[in-house]
Design a protein around this ligand. Structure first.
Ligand code: 13P
Length: 251
């Protein structure tokens, strides 16, 4: 059965001192034990985050990684560097990586494969832009992203994949997809997985929604049958807000 997951993508926020503070605050929150809780601080703070969360149920994810095992790639981070410091989850394909760093689904296919080859769990992000939603091509866009980056994978790879549908127009804008829009897209995504990999695989994949999720709207989004949690940006930078979102599933 698929898991409920709430992941905080801290993006380029929080110094090491602030990272320690926020993790310590989070550890004092009463978090629903049935929800997988992830945090994703900046690269330089990952070691610290792993050490501080070793005694609890919070998982630490990287925000990116390079597709090569090592070499002359100034400024980049390889998968074995992450694993060596105890990071076993990685966010790939975030819309900011796509928009500002030119990441394509072809490149992401490589990164995903490299991560899965060493048993990292991948949180794969995708989603349409505003003009694509307005033109009504959002289903086609999502289908193409998933087909290029993921649908050549073997069915066994899917045990280590979490999907994160993040419509670009809802990220950091305060504009959330309605619960109905999220459910409609998540059901479509699950139908694509069923088509390629069968009903069991489709049933087992956690599909998160991301884009302006806040304590005030988390519960109605998470109540949708095909929404298994959230990837949270801004609201994950505050411990009480993030905890309220984690606790947003009906018990
Ligand atoms: P916001 O929650 O700030 O809209 O960011 C969403 C996001 O990009 C998470 O990866």
């Amino acid at each position: 059965m698929r898991k409920h997951i709430v992941a905080g993508n801290w993006k380029m926020n929080k110094t090491q001192t602030e990272t320690v503070e926020l993790i310590n605050e989070l550890k004092q929150q009463d978090l629903d034990a049935n929800v997988g809780v992830y945090i994703s601080p900046a690269f330089v703070n990952l070691s610290k985050a792993v050490a501080l969360t070793a005694d609890g149920n919070i998982q630490v994810a990287a925000q990116n990684m390079h597709q090569s095992p090592n070499g002359a790639f100034t400024g980049e981070i390889a998968v074995n560097m992450l694993q060596d410091i105890g990071v076993n989850h990685v966010i790939l394909g975030h819309s900011e990586r796509r928009a500002y760093f030119g990441e394509t689904d072809e490149l992401l296919r490589e990164k995903v494969q490299v991560a899965l080859d060493v048993d990292m769990e991948v949180i794969f992000c995708f989603g349409e832009e505003l003009n694509e939603r307005k033109e009504g091509t959002h289903f086609d866009v999502v289908k193409k992203q998933l087909t290029t980056a993921l649908f050549a994978l073997d069915v066994s790879a899917w045990r280590n994949i979490v999907l994160a549908y993040e419509p670009v127009w809802a990220i950091g804008t305060g504009e959330t997809a309605s619960p109905e829009q999220a459910q409609e897209m998540h059901a479509y995504i699950r139908s694509l997985i069923e088509y390629h990999y069968g009903v069991k695989c489709a049933d087992d994949v956690s599909i998160l929604y991301g884009g302006s999720v806040k304590p005030a709207n988390a519960a109605e989004i998470f109540a949708q049958p095909d929404v298994d949690g959230g990837l949270i940006g801004g609201a994950s930078l505050n411990a009480t807000d993030f905890a309220a979102i984690v606790n947003g599933f009906a018990s």
